[in-house]
Design a protein around this ligand. Sequence first.
Ligand SMILES: Nc1ncnc2c1ncn2[C@@H]1O[C@H](COP(=O)(O)OP(=O)(O)OP(=O)(O)O)[C@@H](O)[C@H]1O
Ligand SMILES: [Mg+2]
Length: 269
Amino acid sequence: MTAVEDKAIDAAARGAPIISVRGLVVGFGDKLVMNGLDLDVRRGEVLGFVGGSGQGKSVLTRAILGLVPKRAGEIRIFGKDRDALSAPERRALEQRWGVLFQNGALFSGLTVKQNIQVPMRETRDISQGLMDELAMLKIALVGLKPDAADKFPSELSGGMVKRAALARALALDPELVFLDEPTSGLDPIGAAEFDDLIATLQETLGLTVFMVTHDLDSLYSICDRVAALADGRVIAEGALGTLLKSDHPWLRAYFHGVRGGRLAGSLLD
Ligand SMILES: Nc1ncnc2c1ncn2[C@@H]1O[C@H](COP(=O)(O)OP(=O)(O)OP(=O)(O)O)[C@@H](O)[C@H]1O
Ligand SMILES: [Mg+2]
């Protein structure tokens, strides 16, 4: 194969959607949260997902993961519709992604090392010795010191909890990670460090990242594209600069309001 062909295949693989959502409808009782939502997440990108509080960012994440039932529409991950898969095929598919839920969601009764080993124990038939080695590798990967391994979540700072939760999300060497508000609750320095960590991991591990965030700095510094949610649909999707120019009232308020104005100003100059 020539270098040119190689590059073309590379580009095609990068551009192919890893997650493809079409016409998604999700509701609780008579309340519709998603109402005909379309979204693509491409291989190798960091997609930032924004939207007002309560608009359904976490519900969408959970719907994609198959944790919330859909009423209509299609969700494909790695080209596969989980509804069409057998139980073993679904389990195999689920091992290709990792999740950092909003609020970290570590098991409080388990140490960091034990938390990271939960997904390994559930899906792999490997010795405790090997699991210990793998957990220590993940702990180093997310920038935690080795002595964090035997600590319980209550003994960690907020930033360390996020890192530990990320280590658990990476336990099975996923190709895709879902991060729901990974920097919320961190101070600006901690948040920037966490952004750097995500960017480094994305690059070195070739991850695709679906990241729900309110953090304008994260959108600016690490997201390749941004999608915005309002009224149960994706109202805009593209480069941050494109969204900044949108006339949609929520996007205008978000990007050009008190907090976003400075960022928009610097980007549009
Ligand atoms: N299991 C559930 N049963 C009923 N309603 C739910 C359930 N889960 C979520 N909702 C509702 O769905 C809507 C969207 O919630 P969701 O948690 O996805 O919002 P969000 O965009 O993630 O908000 P935030 O930015 O505050 O995290 C809310 O009105 C919420 O009350
Ligand atoms: Mg949420």
